[in-house]
Design a protein around this ligand. Sequence first.
Ligand SMILES: C=C(O[C@@H]1C=C(C(=O)O)C=C[C@H]1O)C(=O)O
Length: 373
Amino acid sequence: MKEHPLSRYRQEIDELDMRILDLLNRRMRLVQEVGRIKAQLGLDTFDPGREEAVCKRLVENNSGPLSDASVRAIYREILAASRTLQQPLKVAFLGPHWTYSHLAAISVFGHTAHYMPQATLVDVFDILGKKLAHVAVVPIENSLEGGIGQTMDLLYERTVRVVGECYLEVAHCLCSTAPDVKAIRKIYAHPHAVGQCRRWLSENLRGVEIFECASTARAAQSAAADPQSAAICNTKAAENHGLHIVAERIEDHPGNTTRFIVLGLKDNAPTGDDKTSLLFAVADKPGALYKVLESFTHYGLNMTRIESRPNRVHPWQYLFFADIAGHEQDEIVRAALNEASERTTFLKVLGSYPRANPLNPIRFDVERARFGG
Ligand SMILES: C=C(O[C@@H]1C=C(C(=O)O)C=C[C@H]1O)C(=O)O
């Protein structure tokens, strides 16, 4: 009988998979050894600097055809499996499951972390502060709406470290149990989502009543219980609440992206391509802000963000949130921060962490495989 043209390739693929599995298990046995030594030395299981070094080395040596993004996605899950063998990493986020914060957390920590959805952002900071979670993932700014005020206030008030960042494309869908858009009499949505889909809603569902929800995942939950309604949510929330997608990508601006930060309690080692987040206040006198910015220009440090926020304790005074290139331990960053601290009335370094690329955000709707969809 003639051999099927695929069978030769499939046989070789099967053999390679057995070898990959064997290699992965050999890696995991070493990881378990590392875990035992870390426990003896009282060290944390999670070492983001080492993880970034592992991924960076692989990407730098990747000769294809695997894309660098795929190498990172595969290793995200391998690293998650490694950590789970040592001690499952507890990750807090603003819940319930399948909010955009949850998707951002999965994109950083993989599927096998222990996810801990919290009812409010204050709860997320509290659970981390009480060391009941190892890390937390919170939104910090959106490309259309700007800074997330509550996160900024909590960064000022609490003692946490920023240990990572990620950019996630926020692509909304209209999801329902109803057969099509004509059957929809009610919309459940988070107010930000409504703001981002205003044009589509006025063209397609004009006059339909909108009920505000605390999150896009809650909107999906409500729509699941009401057959004449729809939710604005992501595809994972829809899938997990038994909704189907009536319309995809209904946001008014393609490229709507939210930047999330990872919070922890310990500092990161430098990786060579880091960012440092800080917040400061200046005296009420001419040139005070200019003088602080000059400290960074003076050392040639790129400032990727600066945003002001009212000081809630002292009305009509402002806090400035800034991100600069480099790591707190870099000599040049240290020198710039020293100079800046002499020109501020208050300066708090929030943390240094590997830089993510805002122009290449995580796209969960086109890369559903990454999220197991
Ligand atoms: C195995 C280790 O622990 C964790 C898992 C890692 C891995 O699988 O390579 C890397 C860093 C740590 O988050 C380690 O520190 O080397």
